[in-house]
Design a protein around this ligand. Sequence first.
Ligand code: HEC
Length: 99
Amino acid sequence: MKKILIFSVFAIIAFSCADKKAKTPGVDGRKVFKQNCVVCHGLDGKLGANGSKDLTLSKMSLDERKAIVKNGKGAMVGLGAFLKPAEIQAVSEYTLKLK
Ligand code: HEC
């Protein structure tokens, strides 16, 4: 019985740590954008190279942006294999702030 209790406490701690990591990644979305997106989208998101869209005009939701960054679309390559989930989250949030 005691063992089960100890295990549960450990599991709860492990889970809450994992959760914290996802919510406060400490990733700089601007930096991720500079490293991975400017070649096509430009520093301000307006470049439109290689047929890419002007990100400042995009009406996409955060979740749609995350999906595109991860899986790609048309000429845009998916970056899911290169970026961590926290980086995808941060860079997608960053694109929402572009004006
Ligand atoms: C190889 C060039 C290229 C790179 C690198 C690139 N994109 Fe794109 N992106 C595109 C193209 C092309 C489209 C248009 C896709 C379509 O609609 O067919 C696009 C579309 C998008 C869209 C959807 C805009 C809309 O409203 O339709 C988002 C959001 C986006 N890119 C974000 C990013 C982010 C964030 C990064 C960096 C992690 C990135 N892209 C890197 C080429 C690129």
